[in-house]
Design a protein around this ligand. Structure first.
Ligand code: CO8
Length: 264
């Protein structure tokens, strides 16, 4: 299967192998487009249905796991289009339906939707070059794919508020200390580390693996649905504000934004 925005391959020798999915929009630092999410969802569901696959590893490039949602695409939305097309909900969260473990192998930037996508994986192995953040506030909006919900659960309220409100990036060491990532390794060894973890898991009983994943997520994500739905509607609503257009236009034109703070 050939895709436009992702690469897929199967690694390993055993009875159950590892699927490797690589986000592949290098010029845009793997910015997350609708096509990318359609393809990612299709690949994830196909590997989940394949009995020869035990685990899935999701990775990006050396420079970026993903630098967030594709900002030019976001600029095409207004509130009505966001609701009408069921923005994000329609195709960005297919990963949550996958029953097999999905390991995120993160090097470079994991920002905005990129950080949210990594947090939707079952655990994150980070390269020492990884940088995590939710910089949506700089664009005049709020996170739209679980950032305000999963980040506090992962790192606690105080650090999450700090990251969400200041837009500062957190390096790999801080992310490991805070519990967002499970291990940090030199960038050159990132993929091997993730594939070895996957291979180890592939050797265990598939039903036990599936049920452990289900049980952890059942408690971790409890109550989250309502939180994410609220977040989604607020994210949609941000496309009715002047500051959203200004924040994104300023980014694309490489200038500082002049926010109006809700004043007309
Ligand atoms: N969308 C589109 N293009 C991007 C994005 C993006 N998010 N990020 C970077 N690019 C492009 C740049 O425009 C640039 O293109 P060009 O070479 O044509 O000018 C190229 O990638 C390289 O970027 P930079 O030159 O800026 O590289 P730097 O190393 O100087 O900076 C940064 C790297 C810090 C990552 C910087 O590019 C940046 O700040 N990017 C934007 C990050 C951001 O704001 N992300 C949040 C987006 S909003 C969001 O994710 C909302 C989530 C909604 C739901 C998501 C569901 C999962």
């Amino acid at each position: 299967m050939t895709y436009e925005c992702i690469l897929t391959e199967v690694r390993g020798e055993g009875e159950r192998k590892t699927a490797l999915i690589t986000l592949n929009r290098p010029k845009q630092l793997n910015a997350l487009s609708d096509t990318l999410f359609d393809e990612l969802g299709q690949a994830l569901l196909a590997f989940d249905a394949d009995e020869g696959i035990g685990c899935i590893v999701l990775t990006g490039s050396e420079r970026a796991f993903a630098a967030g949602a594709d900002i030019p695409t976001l600029m095409t939305y207004d509130f009505q289009k966001a609701v009408r097309t069921d923005m994000i909900t329609r195709n960005w969260e297919t990963i949550l339906r996958v029953k097999k473990p999905v390991i995120a192998a993160v090097a470079g930037f994991a920002l905005g939707g990129g950080c949210e996508l990594a947090m939707m994986c079952d655990f994150i192995i980070a390269a020492d070059t990884a940088k995590f953040g939710q910089p949506e506030i700089k664009l005049g909006v709020v996170p739209g794919a679980g950032g305000t919900q999963r980040l506090p659960r992962a790192v606690g309220k105080s650090k999450a508020m700090d990251l969400l409100l200041t837009a500062r990036m957190m390096d790999a060491a801080e992310a490991e200390a805070a519990g967002l990532v499970s291990r940090v390794v030199p960038a050159s060894g990132l993929l091997n580390e993730a594939l070895e973890a996957a291979e180890l898991i592939n050797g265990f009983s598939a039903p036990a693996v599936q049920l452990i994943k289900e049980l952890v997520n059942r408690s971790f994500e409890g109550g989250l649905r309502e939180g994410v739905l609220s977040e989604r509607r607020v994210f949609h609503a941000m496309f009715g504000t002047d500051d959203q257009r200004e924040g994104m236009d300023a980014f694309l034109n490489k200038r500082a934004p002049q926010f109006r703070h809700g004043k007309v």
